[in-house]
Design a protein around this ligand. Structure first.
Ligand code: ZN
Length: 416
């Protein structure tokens, strides 16, 4: 392939993915607006018209915001690649007189800082504009800033050693460096998983043991019934930042924890908390977490092999606006991660489909081990509290949604 051909391939893929995103966003906005006037009949007795309309307005506002974000991301991508931004950064970091590994690390840090700086205003407007307007935000500007500082520190502490290791492997391990890099990446995933519950998450939130009470009793009974060793039940002060509610598992092996947002416990009755936890247990029992990890490890080895081939091809660099620099592995690494999403956008629906199948399976598990009725009640409350639309555009939902639309989930639960 020539550099000019690859530039054309890149631009066509970018234009197609952009057109698809805009088309989907427009569909979603129109569909939600068209169903704004009336609560869907299946929910009419439990959701008020005002809540339904709030969900519609929130969905439209977020979708519009997403369009603006996509536009700016596209401009940044073009500025860095064909616009010559990355070429300038490569030349600048190359002129500093550092060893090549340090030059490449400096390049990665520079690109990460630029992308982070471009993303900051969006994070600000999302939190203090949209989330605040719809009454969800509880973050102060101080907490928001502290979160960013901590996020940068954690990314640097974990990401820089990983980047240095991968760059070193790329330079030192010859043709099959990507197998070594893959092993390093998998080990890194486990490290983060092990550190997350006890080291990373407590930097951002307070975790306290779930207090004694009716909720704790039903939860312990459910865990015993499902043969699940109780390694720790925690409440997280999610209400410090947002009124959105959730429950999740973190860690693995001995470090496994079950975490409930305080906002979820405040809103749901004990039988509903039990049903939500049964759904989460279903994900574990049915090995969804393991399957996801195997799937992402498989994708990673495939993408690393592709990266290894591209890093040796001058047209890959030149086609994306950077002079070929096979002696600087960091350049290939950054170009690859910048250009990859343009080509993998069409994989999104497959991943969403896979995820939605797991959600149905976990719902069925919950229906068997707790109460389908309670889970349906909990879902209605969570959809209402999170202002998730009950009437998403079917095609938009098929492409993006990791969870099936509420109406489908509840319809399945009511027949189980
Ligand atoms: Zn789930």
């Amino acid at each position: 392939m020539t550099a000019a051909t690859f530039t054309l391939v890149f631009l066509v893929a970018l234009a197609l993915s952009l057109a698809a995103k805009l088309w989907l966003a427009r569909r979603q906005i129109r569909f939600v607006a068209a169903h704004r006037a009336e609560v869907p009949p299946a929910f009419a007795d439990r959701i008020a018209l005002a809540a339904h309309q709030k969900a519609a307005d929130y969905t439209v506002a977020r979708t519009r915001f997403g369009i603006a974000e996509t536009a700016v991301e596209t401009v940044l991508l073009l500025a860095l690649t064909l616009g010559g931004g990355l070429a300038a950064l490569v030349a600048w970091t190359g002129s500093l007189g550092f060893p090549s590994l340090v030059q490449d690390l400096a390049l990665i840090v520079a690109v990460a800082l630029i992308a982070g700086a471009v993303g900051l205003p969006f994070s600000y407007v999302n939190t203090f504009g949209i989330e605040a307007k719809f009454g969800f935000n509880r973050t102060t500007r101080r907490t928001w800033l502290a979160d960013i500082a901590k996020g940068v520190a954690v990314s640097a502490a974990l990401g820089l050693p990983l980047a240095a290791l991968i760059l070193w492997l790329m330079g030192a391990m010859g043709t099959y460096w990507w197998l070594w890099a893959w092993a390093a990446w998998v080990a890194f995933q486990f490290l983060v998983l092990a550190l997350y519950p006890t080291v990373i998450a407590p930097l951002f939130n307070k975790f306290s043991p779930l207090p004694e009470g009716p909720a704790r009793s039903v939860i312990e009974a459910l865990l015993a019934r499902c043969g699940f060793a109780n390694k720790g039940l925690f409440v997280m002060d999610g209400s410090r930042r947002s009124s959105h509610g959730n429950a999740f598992f973190t860690g693995f092996g001995r470090a496994k924890r079950i975490v409930f947002f305080d906002t979820l416990l405040a809103r749901l009755a004990p039988d509903e908390v039990e049903a939500v936890l049964a759904h989460e247990l279903g994900h574990f029992r049915l090995h969804h977490v393991l399957k996801r990890m195997v799937w992402s490890a498989t994708l990673a080895i495939f993408f690393l092999a592709v990266l290894a081939a591209l890093a040796a091809a001058p047209w890959f660099y030149e086609g994306l606006g950077v002079p070929a620099a096979p002696e600087r592995p960091g350049v290939a690494l950054i170009l690859f991660f910048l250009a990859l999403p343009v080509f993998t956008f069409m994989l999104g629906p497959l991943s969403s489909l896979y995820s939605r199948r797991h959600e149905f399976e976990a719902d069925a598990f919950a229906a068997q081990n707790a109460s389908a009725r309670s889970l349906a009640h909990a879902l209605v409350k969570l959809y209402e509290d999170n202002a998730s639309t009950l009437t998403p555009d079917p095609i938009y939902s098929a492409v993006y949604d990791s969870h099936p639309p509420a109406a489908l989930r509840i319809a399945r639960l009511s027949t189980s």
